[in-house]
Design a protein around this ligand. Structure first.
Ligand code: CAA
Length: 250
């Protein structure tokens, strides 16, 4: 098995396990990952998803370079689209996704982490987009998402040089929001915290944050519309009543 899905209550933990290649993604592994993410996105009882890599060394060391070296243009376009599908599922599924970056997150590995809503790193993590050193460019969303997460200046420097950053630098440039050991524990703690919040409000918050700044009008509309939900009424009144809210997802 190359992609393991384990359940911890309402949280699903997806572990990419291809340790002899530092969890690099070949077509079988990436297809399996895309399919599992699609299922988890649709599963009502899954409230948060954590993505990590098996073993001590790597989150995902990128797309499998040996596999890529045999691709023609049409095959490479299909390969790019498959990686985009996986990253987009992480970015758009209506529940939070958290990357627990336990080692190398390079190339496509960094891009999958960037598809996640939240990134935490272990102190040993190394992140980067080294594609330039292979004569290619990031192909699974890195040019756009790294710029959105870290700013266009940082993205250009990292993508143009192909340099990798350690956990401390990743934290400084905003590529991850915390360093923790073991990083999976930190990711699970946050995932369980988020699983207890209003599913409705959380999925709308995700959708709105994902929108471009041109969507500010949309934000006020959706913000107002949410006030008709049972969860908003419950959350607002529970605060006034000094009690914990009970959310029902409507
Ligand atoms: N593809 C295929 N195999 C890989 C791999 C990758 N991306 N990364 C590591 N491996 C394999 C190695 O070939 C090696 O296999 P063998 O034992 O059979 O030789 C095994 O994993 C262990 O790796 P190393 O011996 O190289 O381990 P190291 O500790 O010396 O170095 C590393 C670790 C710095 C991560 C190094 O393996 C490396 O540079 N890997 C490539 C990283 C990379 O360039 N990733 C981007 C790929 S391109 C991409 O992802 C395109 C995209 O946008 C979609």
């Amino acid at each position: 098995m190359t992609v393991d899905v384990a359940r911890d209550g309402a949280v699903a933990v997806v572990t990419i396990d291809r340790q002899d290649a530092l969890n690099a993604l070949d077509v079988e592994t990436l297809t399996e990952l895309r399919d599992r993410l699609r299922e988890l996105g649709a599963a009502e009882d899954v409230r948060a998803v954590v993505l990590t890599g098996a073993g001590e060394k790597a989150f995902v060391a990128g797309a499998d370079i040996r596999y890529m070296s045999g691709l023609d243009v049409e095959q490479a376009k299909g390969w790019g689209a498959l990686g985009h599908d996986a990253a987009r599922l992480l970015e758009t599924m209506p529940k939070p996704t958290i990357a627990a970056i336990n080692g190398f997150a390079l190339g496509g590995g960094c891009e999958l982490a960037l598809g996640c809503d939240i990134r935490f790193a272990s102190s040993r993590a190394k992140l980067g987009q080294p594609e330039i050193n292979l004569g290619i460019v990031p192909g699974w969303g890195g040019t756009q998402r790294l710029a959105r997460v870290c700013g266009i200046g940082v993205a250009k420097e990292l993508i143009f040089t192909g340099r990798t950053v350690n956990a401390e630098e990743a934290l400084r440039i905003g590529l991850v929001t915390a360093i923790a050991d073991p990083v999976l524990d930190r990711a699970l703690e946050t995932a369980h915290e988020l699983a207890g919040k209003s599913r409705l409000a959380l999925s709308l918050a995700k959708e709105l944050v994902n929108m471009s700044p041109g969507a500010l009008d949309h934000e006020s509309q959706e913000f107002g519309a949410l006030f008709s939900s049972e969860d908003a009424i419950e959350g607002l009144t529970a605060f006034a009543g000094k009690r914990a809210p009970k959310f029902v997802g409507r």
